[in-house]
Design a protein around this ligand. Structure first.
Ligand SMILES: Cc1ncc(C[n+]2csc(CCOP(=O)(O)OP(=O)(O)O)c2C)c(N)n1
Length: 558
C-alpha cells in the first residue's frame, strides 16, 4: 500500500484544488504540516502575526473569489487567528483556517499551547472540524471545501492534532462534493416581474452578495433595461459602476443626503445580497416606509430576519437576475421617477466640505488618479468612510473593506493578499488611519520582503478619529481615550522596515501621482486635523433622514 501522512494528504488536496499560496506562521503543533509544505508547489507567505496571515489570505479571496488558506499552530497561533476568521464570517469570505493541535493523548490536560480551538471557531465559521484520524480527512476535506464555496460563502476551520498529521493513510483519490447552484422557483419570477411592473418608484438595493454571486453584469443589464436606479451597501461598492447615471450611491449612516431621501420615497425595494445591516438602514421602522420588498438571497436565514419581504426568494442572484431578464419583456421608461431622483440629487447634495479639510481634498485627488484596474483596501474609521464616499469604483472586487466586523488592522495585510492575487493587474492602494495601521504594522516586514506594489496612504490625525468624532457629536465633546498623546514617527518606522516613505504635500500637484507611480511598495504620510469629520452622519439608532450635515465643532471654533 502506498502511504502518505495526514499532513501530506492535506497539502496534496489543496494542490489539487488549485491553491497556489498559503499565509501562516509555524509552531510546534503545526510542524508536520510545514514539513509537508516543503517541496510542495504551494507558496507559503510567512506573516509576522497570525491575524496578519488570516487577512493576507482574506485579501487573496476578496480579490479573486477563490478561497484563501491560512495556517497556524495550536494555542496562541489559533487565538491570534480568531479575529481574521470572524471578519471573514461577517463578510461571507471563503477562508480555510487550518490549525495544528496538541497530540490527542494530551488533549484535556492543559498541555503546552493547548486551547480548544474548535470551541473558539464554532460560532464564527460555517463549520469547525476536529480531525480525530487521518482517515477522516478523506471526507472532511471535500466537505470543508464545498461548505466554504457553496451557497453563501464563508470560512471553515480544521483543527488537526499533531499525531493525526503524522498518521499514515492510503493514498487514494478524494471524493469531491459539489452543490448545485440554487435557482428561483418559476412562480417567484412571475411574482417579482408583476411587482416590478406595478411599481412606479423602484430601487435596487445591492450588497456584497452580488459580488460573491459574480452577478455584476446581470445586475447592470437588468438595471439598465428596466431603468431601475441602484443604491449600494458598503460591501456592494463596485458591483455597479459608480459613473452610471442610475447609480445613486451608498446608503445609510454616511450616505449622501440625496441617497437616503431617494430611498425614503421608493415604493419597491429589490434587495439583492444584502443584510439590512443597521449601519445601512438606520432605525428600521423608518427605513423605506412606503416600499414593498423583494428580497433575494442565497442564505435563507437572511430572508425576513430584519425586514419583512412581500416576496422572499432563496436563490443565487446570478440565475435569478438572468431569469428575470429573460421573462420581463416590457421595458418601463420611469421618466417621472428618474426626474424626481434628479430633483432630490439637487435638493440634498453632499455637504460642501471646508476648504481646509485635507482628508476630503486628498480623497478628491486620489479619485482623479484612480484607474479602473486599481484595488483599494481600507482599515476602519473615518478614512474608510471618506474613501467609501469619494472614490469611484466601476468593477467588483476592487474595493476591499471590513464591512461586517469592522476590524481595524485589516487594510495592510488585505492589501498584501490582493497584490499577491493579482500581481500584474493594477496597483493596490491601502487607505489607513494611524490607529488601524498600528494594529498590524508588523506586516510592513512581510510587504517589504515580498516587494509587492502596495501603496499605503496614511491619514494621520493622532487620534482614533471616528471615536473622537462620536464623542464630539454624541457625548458633548467629552473626549475619553481617543487621543494618542505620544506621536509616532511613521516615516521613520517605515524606513526602519525598509519601506520607502514620503510626506504628503497638498500644495504639490504631483505629490500623489509621483507616489503612486513609483516602483514597489511605499507609504504616503498625510497629516490631517483631528477635528475633521465624516459628514453627513446619522446618529446610531436614528432614522436615515435625521442626517447631521454640519460640523458643529468647526462652527463653534470659528
Ligand atoms: C480591532 C478594533 N478595535 C476597535 C474598534 C473600534 N473603532 C472603530 S473606528 C476606531 C478608530 C479608528 O482610528 P484610526 O484607524 O486612526 O482611523 P480614523 O478614524 O482616525 O480615520 C475604533 C477604535 C474597531 N473597529 N476594531
Amino acid at each position: 500500500m502506498e502511504t502518505i501522512s495526514g499532513a501530506q494528504l492535506l497539502i496534496k488536496f489543496l494542490e489539487e484544488k488549485g491553491v497556489t499560496t498559503i499565509a501562516g506562521v509555524p509552531g510546534g503543533a503545526a510542524l508536520p504540516l510545514y514539513d509537508a509544505l516543503h517541496g510542495s508547489s504551494i507558496r507559503h507567505i510567512l506573516a509576522r502575526h497570525e491575524q496578519g496571515a488570516g487577512f493576507i489570505a482574506q485579501g487573496m479571496a476578496r480579490a479573486t473569489g477563490f478561497p484563501g488558506v491560512t495556517l497556524a499552530t495550536s494555542g496562541p497561533g489559533a487565538t491570534n487567528l480568531v479575529t481574521a476568521v470572524a471578519d471573514a464570517y461577517a463578510d461571507s469570505i471563503p477562508l480555510l483556517a487550518i490549525t495544528g493541535q496538541v497530540p490527542q493523548h494530551l488533549i484535556g490536560t492543559d498541555a503546552f499551547q493547548e486551547v480548544d480551538a474548535c470551541q473558539l471557531f464554532r460560532k464564527i465559521t460555517r463549520r469547525s472540524f476536529f480531525v480525530a484520524s487521518a482517515e477522516e480527512l478523506y471526507t472532511i476535506l471535500p466537505e470543508a471545501w464545498s461548505l466554504m464555496t457553496s451557497d453563501r460563502p464563508g470560512p471553515v476551520h480544521i483543527d488537526i492534532p499533531k499525531d493525526v498529521q503524522n498518521q499514515k493513510v492510503d493514498l487514494k483519490r478524494f471524493r469531491a462534493v459539489f452543490s448545485e447552484s440554487k435557482t428561483p422557483q418559476p412562480q417567484q419570477i412571475v411574482a417579482a416581474a408583476a411587482m416590478i411592473a406595478e411599481s412606479e418608484r423602484p430601487l435596487l438595493y445591492i450588497g456584497g452578495g452580488i459580488v460573491h454571486a459574480d452577478a455584476a453584469s446581470e445586475l447592470a443589464e437588468f438595471a439598465q433595461t428596466h431603468s431601475i436606479p441602484v443604491v449600494s451597501s458598503l460591501m456592494g461598492l463596485g458591483a455597479f459602476p459608480a459613473d452610471d447615471e442610475l447609480f445613486i450611491g451608498m446608503l445609510g449612516m454616511h450616505a449622501a443626503p440625496y441617497t437616503n431621501h431617494i430611498m425614503h420615497e421608493a415604493d419597491l425595494l429589490m434587495a439583492i445580497g444584502v443584510r439590512f445591516d443597521d449601519r445601512a438602514t438606520g432605525k428600521l421602522s423608518e427605513f423605506c416606509p412606503d416600499a414593498k420588498v423583494i428580497h433575494i438571497d442565497i442564505d435563507a436565514r437572511e430572508l425576513g430576519k430584519l425586514r419583512h419581504a412581500q416576496l422572499a426568494v432563496c436563490a443565487d442572484a446570478k440565475p435569478t437576475l438572468a431569469q428575470l431578464l429573460g421573462y420581463m419583456e416590457n421595458f418601463a421608461q420611469r421618466s417621472a421617477w428618474l426626474a424626481r431622483i434628479d430633483a432630490l440629487r439637487t435638493a440634498y447634495p453632499l455637504p460642501i466640505t471646508p476648504d481646509d479639510a485635507e482628508s476630503v481634498k486628498l480623497m478628491h485627488a486620489l479619485a482623479a488618479e484612480l484607474e479602473a484596474s486599481d484595488t483599494v483596501t481600507t482599515d476602519v474609521g473615518q478614512h474608510q468612510m471618506w474613501a467609501a464616499q469619494y472614490l469611484p469604483f466601476h468593477e467588483p472586487r476592487r474595493w476591499l473593506t471590513s464591512g461586517g466586523l469592522g476590524t481595524m488592522g485589516f487594510g495592510l495585510p488585505a492589501a498584501i493578499g490582493a497584490a499577491l492575487a493579482n500581481q500584474k493587474a493594477g496597483r493596490v492602494i491601502c487607505i489607513t488611519g494611524d490607529g488601524s495601521l498600528l494594529m498590524n504594522i508588523q506586516e510592513f516586514a512581510t510587504l517589504v520582503e515580498l516587494g509587492l506594489p502596495v501603496k499605503i496612504i496614511l491619514l494621520d490625525n493622532g487620534h482614533l478619529g471616528l471615536v473622537r468624532q462620536q464623542q464630539q457629536m454624541f457625548f458633548s465633546g467629552r473626549f475619553s481615550a481617543c487621543e494618542f498623546s505620544s506621536a509616532v514617527d511613521f516615516m521613520r518606522i517605515a524606513q526602519a522596515f525598509g519601506l520607502a516613505a514620503t510626506s504628503y504635500d497638498s500644495t504639490n500637484p504631483d505629490c500623489l501621482s509621483d507616489f503612486l507611480s513609483a516602483e514597489g511598495p511605499g507609504l504616503l504620510h498625510a497629516r490631517i486635523a483631528a477635528t475633521e469629520k465624516v459628514l453627513p452622519m446619522v446618529a446610531p439608532g436614528a432614522g436615515n433622514l435625521q442626517m447631521i450635515v454640519e460640523d458643529v465643532e468647526a462652527l463653534v471654533s470659528t
